[in-house]
Design a protein around this ligand. Structure first.
Ligand code: ADP
Ligand code: MG
Length: 170
């Protein structure tokens, strides 16, 4: 029996993305599902972490470019919403982090403390002992045939927020 039997479809979804259009669809649904909180976005180089984040930012109304934060560690976005509020999104990539001390240098704790912000973290495994638990875990695996398998899992924080992953459909 697999471990997954202990999760309900509210808490765990495994989806197959056959094209970037599927990735875009998923990003739109994630944008609607999760107004704030943090997301650990795992997967090998080229799995599609930045691509998913790009569509996610676009779904939130961002119009400009989305660069990979590999060198800057973090790219902040401030996106005007239709209701006049501003959505803050921090897109980070910890791949190049040498020392978890760097997290405080870039002000990471402040992003995570901002309850209204969305923080998307690529390569959380580089500093996972130093990060608070996220709302959502997303793990992307690329198959030999270019399709992507995406595992999305709620943390305890996500469950406490009453989020429901069974709404996600490709
Ligand atoms: P990562 O951030 O995980 O290193 P990127 O998003 O930068 O990966 O790169 C993923 C590459 O794979 C991009 O060139 C993208 O166009 C391509 N790609 C092909 N199919 C997909 C898909 N279904 N979802 C995301 N990216 C895809
Ligand atoms: Mg990337």
């Amino acid at each position: 029996m697999s471990n997954h039997t202990s999760f309900t479809d509210k808490q765990l979804q495994i989806l197959t993305l056959y094209s970037e259009t599927d990735t875009e669809r998923l990003a739109e649904q994630l944008a609607a599902l999760l107004p704030s909180g943090s997301v650990w976005l795992a997967g090998d180089l080229g799995a599609g972490k930045t691509t998913l984040t790009r569509y996610w930012l676009q779904a939130l109304g961002h119009k400009g470019a989305v660069k990979s934060p590999t060198y800057t560690l973090v790219e902040p976005y401030s996106i005007e919403q239709d209701d006049g509020t501003t959505k803050l999104v921090y897109h980070t990539d910890l791949y190049r982090i040498q020392d978890p001390e760097e997290l405080s240098l870039i002000g990471f704790d402040e992003y995570l403390e901002d309850k209204n912000a969305l923080v998307i973290i690529e390569w959380p495994s580089r500093a996972d002992n130093y990060l608070p638990p996220p709302t959502l875990f997303i793990d992307i695996t690329q198959s030999v045939d270019e399709t992507r398998q995406v595992e999305i899992r709620l943390s305890k924080v996500g469950q406490a927020k009453g989020l429901d992953l069974s709404l996600l459909k490709i």
